[in-house]
Design a protein around this ligand. Structure first.
Ligand code: PLP
Length: 451
């Protein structure tokens, strides 16, 4: 395998880098010292020089079954040869219906409907629009306010950045969607630092919803959106009882609860969805990433049956929900999704990081927590196969220290991800103990020589 990769790698020429404006990337830094990937298999990438790189982040939280899995590849290849595209409006193709049914089989009970989009950001904006339209068709059209949470990440479209809570993603773009408000985040290092799994303290942060209801009145609030575990702002695991409390308050006030499971979906927390892991059923779930193992772009909103049924009124020839994308339920994405769910099922990956698993999540937890006491480390957080290692930032130069650790790990042949000054790990769910050791020891080495 290595030799083949080297042979391929050695033939990949570095292209001209000028034209491509890279997303969420320090373009100038990158183009001076490009990190170009050429090939992937299982737990590894190979760069254009043929150098092997262990993937500690499942690409970008998405390649949950590991890279280039044969069933998924074959499904995409076959679909591309059979039918490239089918219009999704007023038309359909069997695989979109099959995939929706398969998603419902692993979704929380009562969540029986699936709407397809092409990314997490599109899934989020779809869910927010669904929530607004739902209240309107029920005759509660004053429910227009959308609530998010500080330090939330819900993608980059206008709805998502409005309910999101990351100033960097908002400040350049004007007001976006008006009429939002935010709960406080749940990060509380003074009480919860170095928690293994769910932190003990902070269920009461959910009471912020009561405050916002008192401020805006429930009759004006459509939905609350939260990530069960906030990923992109540094792995914030929900305190014990927090999500339950949020659910109770939403139910009490007729507010829809949306879980953004773009990262937590498809096995990351030890169940198909974090809703199941934490025993809390929302009204809508957004997902993407692991849905197709990252192989073809796809996002989805999973809705309670009751929400769908509410839309099914008026003349039958009329379109009930005026929303959709040219590529909703794209045949290649559906084929990839079916191949992905088959692979997850065959290998037990959707529950491997949970109590029924083989102990890999506990081993991973032990590994990341062994970094406590290393230079710069101020907190370690984890749940299932997601881990966060928070570093003390360099005074006046936020993100710089973590980024230098990222570059050091890359040089050592391990791909990690950093967000702010937190290292975020989310390895493919096929990870073995030796890989955990290699990731942890590589980070340890980098921390010990970081400035
Ligand atoms: N929501 C959450 C919770 C995410 O973590 C992400 C991406 O990381 C998104 C939405 C956006 O997904 P995408 O980049 O596919 O638009």
């Amino acid at each position: 395998l290595m030799q083949a990769a080297e042979a391929i790698g050695s033939h990949v020429a570095t292209p001209d880098l000028g034209a491509y404006w890279m997303p969420f990337t320090a373009n100038r830094q990158f183009k001076q010292a490009p990190r170009l990937l050429a090939r992937a298999s299982g737990m590894h990438y190979w760069d254009v020089q043929g150098r092997e790189v262990l993937d500690g982040v499942a690409g970008l939280w998405c390649v949950n079954a590991g890279h280039n899995r044969p069933r998924i590849t074959a499904a995409i290849q076959k679909q591309a040869a059979d039918m490239d595209f089918a219009p999704p409006f007023q038309m359909g193709h069997p695989k979109a219906f099959e995939l929706a049914s398969r998603i419902v089989q692993i979704a929380p009970a009562g969540m029986g409907k699936v709407f397809f989009a092409n990314s997490g950001s599109e899934a989020v904006d779809t869910a927010l629009k669904m929530a607004l339209a739902y209240h309107r068709v029920r005759g509660e059209g004053t429910r227009t306010r959308l609530l998010g949470r500080d330090r939330g990440y819900h993608g980059v479209n206008f709805g998502g950045i409005s309910v999101g809570g990351m100033v960097g993603n908002r400040k350049h773009f004007g007001l976006a969607v008006a009429g939002v408000d935010h709960l406080r985040h749940t990060h509380d290092p003074a009480r919860n630092a170095y928690s293994n799994g769910q932190p003990a303290h902070g269920a009461e942060f959910a009471d912020d919803l009561e405050k916002l209801v008192a401020m805006h009145d429930a009759s004006n609030i459509a939905a609350v959106i939260v990530e069960p575990i906030a990923g992109s702002t540094g792995v914030l695991v929900p305190p014990m009882g927090y999500l339950q409390k949020l659910r109770e308050l939403c139910t009490k006030h007729g507010i829809l609860l949306i879980f953004d499971e773009v990262i937590t979906g498809f096995g990351r927390t030890g169940a198909p969805f974090a809703a199941q892991t934490f025993g809390v059923t929302p009204d809508l779930i957004t997902c993407a990433k692991g849905l197709t193992n990252g192989a073809v772009p796809m996002g989805a909103v999973i809705a309670k049956d009751e929400i769908y049924e509410t839309f099914m009124q008026g003349p039958e020839h009329m379109i009930e929900f005026l929303h959709g994308y040219t590529y909703s339920g794209h045949p290649l994405a559906c084929a990839a999704g079916l191949g992905t769910l088959d692979t997850y099922a065959e290998e037990g990956l959707l529950t491997r990081a949970g109590p029924q698993g083989d102990g890999i999540a506990a081993y991973f937890a032990q590994g990341v927590h062994s970094l406590k006491g290393e230079p710069h480390v101020i907190d370690v957080r984890n749940h299932g196969l997601v881990g966060g290692i928070e570093l003390q930032g360099i005074a006046g130069e936020p993100t710089k220290r973590a980024f230098s650790v990222f570059l050091d790990c890359w040089a050592q042949g391990v791909l990690i991800r950093t967000t702010g000054d937190t290292i975020a790990l989310s390895p493919p769910l096929i990870i073995e103990r030796g890989h955990v050791d290699r990731i942890v020891e590589t980070i340890r080495t980098a921390l010990r020589r970081a400035a």
